[in-house]
Design a protein around this ligand. Structure first.
Ligand SMILES: Cc1cc2nc3c(=O)[nH]c(=O)nc-3n(C[C@H](O)[C@H](O)[C@H](O)COP(=O)(O)O)c2cc1C
Length: 322
């Protein structure tokens, strides 16, 4: 399949694996790229330029296909060495960066000068237009369904994607709630030129996370995510668990008096415990509504081939027959 997204990134299929904290290691990124999609290493999981350099080198050993690095700009008490991480990406020859969170404008000139294509993740049309205006090559349009940070506007993809198609000139992928061939064909129908998946890729053989995490996704229904940190205007969609319930109770009790410090034990430093050790109640962790559609753990290649076969069947058989 050829779209502007496959052309820009030099990939076979218009399927991207979004950056995921403590999930987006080389094992997953390389598997996605080897299967014809675009795998992405999560920069902040590595944390320092030196560690990111090593992770990029590891990924290069596992794939000779294009892969990217995610750089998430979030409010932080101790900000990571962003300039150092950007320089590492440039020096290591990676040609694709997925940015998310705050406006990446400051780093665009050096990324572009190095010939790096930038796809910025946005949860609204106004942010997408801004990203386009500062020179991002593509947008990942992240609807309200998404795992992680859906923003504060709560607009789902059935509205967001057609709006993006009407307003944007740069190509975009649909993100949030994507899982199969139906997602891909629907995204294409609404004007996207591919799709980005997070949660679905966690339930794959190669995702280097504890089996408890994969099992939690198999057991979850579409009713099992919650929105936390709404009161701090830093909303995150997470899987419901004991930590989520405690956090929500605190938000409810404290209302607008709440401060990040009141909940940080449920949020800060919890990912290694959950993703690597399988301690499922150690804190809150991002998970999309799409968990309700996940009922197996295929290899990444099986998943991507299945998506493309389903998409082909829809495009060539079901739709023409209507
Ligand atoms: C466990 C998990 C961790 C995530 N961590 C990040 C992150 O560090 N940076 C980022 O830009 N997006 C992150 N995301 C968002 C994904 O890249 C992607 O945009 C989102 O999962 C898409 O929605 P979906 O889960 O419905 O596919 C994360 C998502 C999940 C599920």
């Amino acid at each position: 399949m050829k779209t502007r997204i496959t052309e820009i990134f030099g990939i076979q299929y218009p399927i991207i694996q979004g950056g995921m904290h403590y999930v987006g290691f080389s094992e997953l990124a390389a598997a996605v790229s080897n299967a014809g999609g675009l795998g992405i290493i999560t920069g902040l999981t590595q944390g320092t330029p030196e560690k990111l350099k090593q992770e990029i080198e590891r990924c290069k050993v596992m794939t000779d296909k294009p892969f990217g690095v995610n750089l998430t700009f979030l409010p932080s008490l101790k900000p990571p060495d962003y300039p150092g991480l950007v320089q590492t990406i440039i020096d290591s020859g990676v040609k694709i960066v997925e940015t998310a969170g705050y406006n990446p404008e400051k780093y665009l000139p050096s990324l572009k000068e190095a010939g790096i294509k930038v796809i910025h993740k946005c949860t609204s049309i106004r942010h997408s237009l801004k990203a386009q205006s500062i020179g991002c090559d593509a947008i990942s349009v992240d609807g309200f369904e998404c795992g992680g940070h859906p923003g504060e506007d709560d607009v789902p993809n059935f509205i967001l994607l057609p709006l993006a198609a009407d307003k944007l000139e740069v190509p975009f992928v649909a993100s949030g709630g994507m899982s199969d061939g139906r997602s891909l064909v629907a995204s294409l129908a609404m004007g996207a030129e591919g799709m980005n998946m997070g949660t679905r890729f966690i339930a794959t053989k190669e995702a280097p996370v504890h089996d408890n995490v994969k099992r939690a996704l198999l057991n979850a229904s579409e009713l099992d995510t919650r929105l936390v940190m709404r009161s701090l205007r830093n909303t995150e969609r997470v899987l419901n668990n004991a930590a989520t319930e405690q956090l929500l109770k605190k938000e409810h009790l404290m209302g607008s008096n709440i401060d990040f410090k009141d909940i940080q034990d449920k949020v800060v430093g919890v990912y290694p415990k959950i993703m690597l050790e399988g301690d499922m109640d150690a804190g809150v962790w991002s998970c999309g509504l799409v968990a309700g559609l996940i009922d197996d753990i295929p290899s990444v290649e099986e998943l991507i081939n299945r998506i493309m076969a389903e998409a082909s069947n829809l495009i060539n058989r079901r739709l023409p027959a209507l």
